[in-house]
Design a protein around this ligand. Structure first.
Ligand code: PLP
Length: 443
């Protein structure tokens, strides 16, 4: 057999095994059975992935908004190997500790804004969310206000898939997937501070534990707050004795052109949620960062064991990889690159907008952006979703993007690795333009 034939037989075998045994997250079970996985990736380097057929694609999404330092980083593999050889893992229960977890907690305290100084480790964004909901309720309970239980989040917000995180998520199909959600979650309009005030007045501030939002909504379509919104939110929370949780699972670690997106708004949350870019996806890790004030109050008021924790909280290997990842982000000035390349990306979107009729609003903040698809005749959405056709055309031409088609959106979203350079942005824009024109001509 030639090498090509061997590859093709291997691919067929893997496709059959995939269909039979692999239940994919956020995927159509039927479509998987009909067409199998669209890609079986085997290698990555920089902003490119290669699949089993040898096809090379530009990763316009950093996988799930998270491979910030790009693919194929030997330094991260070495950091993991070195730590695994020494001590892969021990638990952090009963105050047991390990050096990478201690050093990472201290590093996060140093680089996060103001007095965000105390870290609880998780294994991802959903766990960071559920941890935060429990910690803020625990905090109020210790402070003598056990009735402060409600969490207000926003429509189109995405916070993950654990039961608490699903309940906080403001995208209805995620709710409809299951038959029962957690109690005490409320949703307000995305950018309306009046809606937030009304909700607090209706429910009573003394029943509300926290307000949570992403500084830039990611999975809900890359929605960027208008000027002044978060400053007003911070004020409302302070006036009503409500904690403000910023979910920076996507936006943290340089994605928006600042190390943390809340720095764009000069707002410091009481609780900061992290995951994804903390290790650039090389290994699972998340974190919940509390202000020193809250940490000190918890210490002073605590009356026993903090009964919350995951086996993998403070995982030594994951923390060692995170430390190396943060070193790379600093050394290679990736936050600044995100800002500069983000401007170029947005300029590219604007040029396309001027040329292609089915492109509506375009937006980006650093290297997170979106292109809306509209019917130029009505200036509204087409009756059927068009963005999946755009994504299919992009994939054909070697570019991976994602689409958002719920809550009235028909949007293509982008979040390339922070290492992307000018030529690669040009390539992304050129493929996107050709794909949009191909779709437009087919309508
Ligand atoms: N929060 C935000 C803002 C997210 O975008 C995500 C995932 O996309 C999550 C939380 C959930 O993170 P994970 O998938 O790591 O559980």
């Amino acid at each position: 057999m030639s090498e090509n034939q061997v590859q093709s037989t291997l691919k067929d075998t893997l496709v059959e095994l995939d269909k039979k045994h692999f239940i994919h997250p956020t995927s159509s079970l039927k479509q998987q059975q009909e067409s199998g996985p669209p890609f079986i990736f085997t290698e990555g380097k920089g902003v490119y992935l290669t699949d089993i057929s040898g096809k090379k694609v530009l990763e316009g999404m950093s996988s799930l908004w998270n491979v910030n330092v790009g693919y194929g980083r030997k330094e991260l593999a070495e950091a993991a190997r070195d730590q695994m050889e020494k001590l892969a893992f021990t638990n952090s229960f009963s105050s047991f500790s390990n050096e990478p977890a201690i050093r990472l907690a201290a590093k996060l305290a140093e680089i996060t804004p103001c007095d965000l100084n105390a870290v609880f480790f998780t294994s991802g964004g959903s766990e960071s969310n559920d941890t935060a909901y429990k910690l803020v309720r625990h905090y109020w309970k210790l402070k003598g206000s056990p009735q402060k239980t409600k969490i207000i989040s926003r429509k189109k917000g995405y916070h993950g898939v654990n039961i608490g995180a699903t309940s906080a998520t403001g995208i209805s199909p995620f709710h409809q997937m299951t038959s029962s959600l957690a109690p005490d979650f409320l949703h307000v309009d995305t950018f309306s501070t009046d809606a937030l005030r009304d909700c607090i007045a209706k429910e009573g501030a003394d029943t509300i534990a926290a307000f949570i939002s992403e500084p830039v909504q990611g999975a809900g379509g890359v929605n960027i707050a208008p000027d002044g919104y978060f400053q007003e939110v911070r004020k409302i929370c302070d006036e009503n004795n409500i904690l403000f949780i910023a979910d920076e699972v996507i936006t943290g670690f340089g994605r928006t052109g600042k190390l943390f997106a809340c720095e764009h708004y000069n707002v410091v949350p009481d609780v900061l949620l992290l995951a994804k870019g903390i290790t650039s996806g090389y290994i699972q890790l998340g974190a919940v960062v509390l202000t020193e004030r809250i940490h000190k109050e918890l210490i002073a008021l605590s009356d026993g064991v903090l009964l919350h924790g995951y086996t993998y909280s403070g995982h030594a290997t994951a923390c060692a990889v995170a430390l190396k990842n943060l070193e790379i982000i600093e050394k290679e000035n990736l936050v600044e690159n995100s800002r500069l390349m983000g401007e170029k990306l947005l300029n590219g979107f604007k040029k396309i907008q001027a040329e292609v009729d089915i492109v509506g609003e375009v937006r980006a903040l650093g290297l997170i952006g979106a292109v809306e698809i509209i019917d130029p005749v009505t200036n509204n959405r087409f009756p059927t979703l068009i963005s999946p056709k755009v994504s299919a055309e992009c994939a054909k031409r070697g570019l991976i993007v994602r689409t958002v088609g719920f809550e009235g959106m028909d949007t293509v979203v982008f979040s390339p690795p922070l290492v992307i350079n000018k030529q690669e942005i040009d390539e992304l824009i050129s493929i996107l333009r050709d794909s949009l024109l191909a779709v437009q001509n087919s309508l």
